[in-house]
Design a protein around this ligand. Structure first.
Ligand SMILES: CC(C)(COP(=O)(O)OP(=O)(O)OC[C@H]1O[C@@H](n2cnc3c(N)ncnc32)[C@H](O)[C@@H]1OP(=O)(O)O)[C@@H](O)C(=O)NCCC(=O)NCCS
Length: 401
């Protein structure tokens, strides 16, 4: 009982059997098993299918990592050629109806373009009934993965210029994605830095958007609907929206530093401490699982160093980390690092979270498949604490003041 209290759960007998009350936010609650990725709270491992995420981030390209996450092992040469052929081909085969829908959408946060585009794609490509055989699901998964950068970049540019940049299937996926977003040919280093961030974002245990996808999958809905749900969950600032908000925070700090005639490297400590004093969240810091260190940050840091103002930004983020750790034992997470990287790459601020989605979509597809292969409807119980027994009152009898 004491242990239950300490862990924040309790077991109660009810009319339907035993009910387990779990901590709010499912804190430390294990809801299922997975063999796709694992995040060790002690920081001993963060793995994709048994490989260290840092190893994969440093060495694998988008296609290899996507194959690993989706199919469970690194591809052989012919399998690599096939997944590359499909992803590159499908990038150039996004249905016209998607672009029409984006044209009608008008200006909005680009994450909306993602959900809209994916739903229209599903409506167009899923004929009558969604099927669950491997060839069918994997084929749609690759179509969605390929389409994500096209949809987000087209939505972004259409809202601003009325036109968009066509995908180039002869380019590698990540390089083409970055080119479509920024409108210019990236250097090899820029493309590889961007690709690495997509690889590191691909999967991360039962995070909020992945869990959303699994809930939708558990109803046996289709993959397009599940991915649209994932995009919705990722948009929030406590999850994927953090990379955009983290960079905004650094830019705000830089502006304040300039106004005071101070250097940001020197000013960031005061800025962070003031935020903590006001009990504000420092976006890009803290994590539900990692309580000491997010291992993905070191890989992104290697690229930040090589890009414009790299040493300066690393000095800023290291000082911020030192301060947040000393003051509140908060480690930096990947989003403050990717926020800086995307700024260096010239990606528009509002496109940072869509870029996260372009990587995470691979994990969503893998989790969709894992869930439907061994399915049980995810439907928790609730404890109703409102009144009962109230009787309907006609309008004339209500609101007597
Ligand atoms: C990611 C996050 C939601 C995890 O939250 P969590 O596991 O539920 O942790 P909690 O929110 O319970 O935080 C525990 C304590 O640390 C504080 N804390 C956590 N993250 C914080 C942050 N970024 N800034 C300031 N305080 C923070 C909480 O306020 C709380 O303090 P309290 O006990 O004094 O109330 C949280 O760290 C956060 O909001 N971070 C900022 C958003 C972000 O970067 N998200 C991307 C995650 S990859």
């Amino acid at each position: 009982m004491a242990e239950e209290q300490q862990l924040g759960f309790k077991v109660e007998e009810g009319p339907g059997g035993r009910y387990i009350h779990v901590p709010k936010g499912l804190y430390n609650v294990v809801v299922d098993v997975t063999s796709i990725s694992g995040v060790d709270p002690k920081g001993l491992y963060t793995t994709y299918r048994g490989y260290d995420v840092v190893d994969i981030g440093r060495n694998a390209d988008f296609y290899e990592a996507a194959y690993l996450v989706l199919y469970g092992r690194l591809p052989c040469e012919d399998e690599y050629r096939e997944i590359k052929r499909k992803i590159d081909g499908y990038r150039g085969a996004v249905p016209r109806k998607v672009f029409e829908a984006l044209r009608n959408a008008g200006p909005s946060h680009p994450m909306y373009y993602g959900s809209l585009g994916v739903v229209v794609m599903g409506q167009h490509l899923v004929s009558s009934e969604w099927r669950f055989d491997d060839d069918y699901i994997y084929d749609h998964a690759l179509r969605i993965i390929a389409a994500m950068p096209v949809i987000f970049a087209a939505g972004w540019h259409i809202a601003r210029t009325g036109t968009y940049i066509d995908p180039d299937p002869s380019l590698p996926h990540a390089m083409d994605a970055l080119r479509m977003i920024t409108g210019r040919e990236p250097t090899w280093l820029e493309a590889r830095a961007f690709e690495t961030s997509l690889v590191l974002y691909m999967d991360h245990g039962f995070n909020a958007s992945t869990f959303t996808v699994r809930v939708i999958a558990s109803t046996l809905s289709d993959l397009y609907s599940a991915v649209a749900g994932g995009i919705g969950a990722l948009k929030g600032p406590l999850h994927g929206g953090a990379n955009e908000k983290a960079l905004k925070m650094l830019l705000e700090a830089r502006k304040e530093a300039e106004e005071r005639g101070r250097d940001l490297v020197d000013y960031i400590e005061e800025f962070i401490l003031n935020k903590l004093k006001r009990r504000e969240k420092i976006i890009g810091f803290g994590h539900r699982i990692y309580k000491r260190r997010d291992p993905r940050t070191s890989v992104i840091a290697e690229y930040i160093r090589q890009l414009p103002e790299g040493e300066y930004w690393l000095a800023v983020v290291r000082k911020a980390e030192e301060t947040a750790w000393r003051a509140k034992r908060l480690p930096a997470n990947i989003d403050i690092y990717t926020g800086i990287l995307y700024y260096q790459l010239g990606i528009p601020l509002l496109m940072y979270t869509p870029v996260f989605a372009m990587g995470r979509v691979v994990g969503w597809c893998a989790h969709y498949i894992e869930q439907v292969r061994n399915n049980k409807l995810i439907r928790p119980a609730e404890k109703y604490v409102g009144p009962i027994g109230l009787k309907y009152v006609p309008m004339s009898g209500r609101c007597k003041r």
